[in-house]
Design a protein around this ligand. Structure first.
Ligand code: MRU
Length: 350
């Protein structure tokens, strides 16, 4: 199944095109950007979101900036490109794919640092294309591997949006569902609305509807009741960062879903590419968790419903301990009960 939209693309005239996810589902509108600062701003303001998509956008942010500066002499090109790396790295803290992608881009720059800026810029663009293409390929492979875990007729709960909108295409958690459907399985999806930014209600519901995959929207707080009635066969979510011991950072509210799944004996699967693994962090307690603004909790859009003066707490992610994860689905294989040894083995296998 090929989605009818493109989350991120490189335009024929050398700019970065992003589907503006803030406007979905009402309006399908693309922004075309030509500086790293604009791409960083788009990441920070959730024009583009989802761990793999953020990494791809950042790569193109570097490429577009390098091409913009390509006619500068090296002594002006280098500090300005270094600044672009810093600006993009500061856009959001939790999804490690951002730093992974910037690291890959920087490695290309370092290897070719003595070449002229125009040559470096061309190589950076090729690397950005390679990162995007590898993400789609990883998602398709994850889809094939994960589809085997989805029984025919399954009711699947997901949280947030880990679909084509959150990646370069196909999706991670929704990629598994897409692949299961493509393999002829009947699957119905229950999408948590995902307070406070409503990625489930606005994005997952829209994305699945585009593909004709049955989707029912529920308040986050209804997931436990639905499970208690036997309404869910498995849970599948994406991830923003997985620590060396298998702890998983994902959208706020994922941890309670995992606890509920364990309580009801329902498998809890996490689908993510290897670029989401951060084996430099011993466990989930060291994962930086983004805190976002009051306006997301105190109201929505222009509407404010909370009383003035009441403080808010708005972490964008939480950490699900590894022991609640039934299996991690990656492009290199499915790991049941992920732990240090199995995750290291996965990384060593590629
Ligand atoms: O704040 P967001 O919308 O960027 O959060 C996204 C998520 O938490 C996704 O579940 C995660 O990035 C995996 S996307 C394949």
């Amino acid at each position: 199944m090929t989605p009818s939209f493109q989350t991120i693309a490189w335009t024929a005239d050398g700019r970065v095109r992003l589907l503006d996810q803030r406007r979905l589902p009402r309006t399908v509108e693309y922004l075309v950007l030509d500086t790293a600062a604009d791409v960083a701003d788009a990441i920070r303001t959730l024009v583009i979101r989802g761990a793999p998509a953020i990494g791809c956008a950042a790569s193109y942010g570097i490429a577009v900036e390098a091409l913009r500066l390509a006619h500068e002499p090296s002594d002006r090109f280098s500090p300005r490109l270094a600044q672009a790396f810093d600006t993009l790295a500061a856009s959001r803290p939790t999804a490690v794919n951002l730093f992974w992608a910037l690291h890959r881009m920087r490695a290309v720059w370092c290897t070719h640092a003595l070449e002229d800026p125009a040559a470096i810029a061309r190589l950076l663009l090729l690397e950005a294309h390679a990162i995007l293409e590898a993400d789609v390929a990883a998602n398709r492979r994850m889809g094939e591997l994960g589809a085997a875990l989805v029984p025919d007729g399954a009711s699947v709960l997901t949280h947030c949006n880990a679909g084509a909108l959150a990646t370069a295409g196909h999706g991670t958690a929704l990629g598994v569902i897409r692949s299961a459907v493509a393999a002829g399985k009947r699957v119905s999806v229950f999408a948590d609305e995902t307070r406070p930014v409503l990625q489930g209600a606005r994005l997952t519901a829209w994305e699945l509807q585009q593909d004709g995959i049955p989707v029912t929207l529920l308040p986050d707080a209804a997931a436990g009741y639905l499970m208690s009635r036997g309404g869910i066969d498995l849970v599948i979510v994406g991830a923003d960062r997985v620590a060396a011991n298998g702890d998983v950072a994902n959208k706020i509210g994922t941890f309670p879903v995992a606890v509920l799944a364990a309580r009801h004996g329902i498998p809890f699967y996490v689908a993510c590419p290897l670029s989401t693994l951060d084996l430099s962090l011993d466990n989930g307690a060291s994962i930086p968790i983004e805190e976002r603004g009051r306006e997301e909790v105190a109201g929505y859009g222009s509407e404010v419903w909370a009383p003035d003066g009441v403080p808010t707490f708005n972490p964008a992610f939480d950490v699900t301990p590894a022991d609640l994860v039934t299996a991690l689905i990656t492009e290199a294989g499915v790991v049941r009960k992920p732990d240090r040894e199995s995750l290291q083995g996965l990384v060593d296998s590629v």
